[in-house]
Ligand binder design. Structure first.
Ligand SMILES: [Zn+2]
Length: 250
């Protein structure tokens, strides 16, 4: 198996909040890490133009990725307009065929923002389409379909406020310093919340949620995941093999 993982989320900072700790563990185990965002975070501002904030946020995402020696890719769609359509499916399938990951992480199928739910579905289909020859994509197909894992939704809940339970947890206690540093790279977002809340809510909220997930398994900090086990996807839990006792299944 090629030791390559792709974390593909909607916006800059989503991967840092939801799975940076796990990516850091994988990096230490010799995996090549890729972080991609569907959009450049062009709506994440109250002051800048779309062009300005996109450039700022892509630079922040690249810097965050570099903290764990990861590659950063932006697919250049737009915040709020991430659509399950032909162009988007072809772009994500193309990225998958270029990176050829064995493991893919993406957003939860239930989350607080439609962008996240659309990304989740797009990545599901793009993984399924990795080996399909007659796609409108130049890059060569590859097999097998990557192992696909969904991260937790924001605050671990769906839009009705019901908890979305994690099926497995990665102990990221040792990774919290690097996860915090990665998230802190997103200064535009952090400072925005800092002004609004008069405290470092950006970092605190991430640590609070990681601590909640940690508590569920008796660890200080954890990240939760669910594996895609639909027809056509690998059924074994490859993370268990790779992460050993850092992975806790509930
Ligand atoms: Zn997001």
């Amino acid at each position: 198996m090629e030791k390559k993982v792709l974390a593909i989320f909607s916006h800059p900072d989503d991967a840092e909040i939801m799975c940076a700790g796990t990516l850091s563990v994988l990096k230490k185990k010799g995996w090549e890490i890729h972080i991609a965002t569907m959009a450049p975070g062009d709506k994440g501002t109250a002051v800048n133009t779309r062009e300005e904030i996109s450039a700022i946020r892509k630079a922040e995402a690249k810097k965050a990725a570099e903290m764990i020696g990861a590659h950063y890719h932006c697919l250049e769609f737009e915040d709020v307009y991430i659509l399950y359509d032909r162009i988007t499916l072809n772009a994500v399938t193309t990225l998958l065929r270029i990176v050829k990951p064995s493991i893919v992480f993406t957003a939860s199928p239930q989350d607080y923002m439609v962008d996240h739910e659309q990304t989740s579905k797009i990545v599901w289909t793009a993984c399924f389409a990795c080996g399909i020859r007659n796609m409108e994509v130049c890059e060569e197909p590859f097999e097998p379909v990557p192992y696909l894992y969904y991260s937790d939704p924001m605050e671990g809940k769906d839009i009705f406020g019901d908890p979305v339970k994690a099926k497995m947890y990665v102990d990221i206690t040792e990774e919290m310093p690097v996860k915090e540093k990665m998230l802190a790279c997103h200064a535009s977002q952090r400072n925005w919340l800092l002004e609004h809340h008069k405290m470092d809510e950006y970092i605190l909220a991430m640590k609070r949620f990681s601590a909640n997930r940690g508590q569920e398994i008796g660890k200080t900090y954890a990240e939760g995941f669910r594996q895609h086990l639909g027809h056509g996807f690998n059924q074994e839990n490859v993370l268990q093999e790779i992460l050993g006792d850092k992975l806790v299944i509930k």
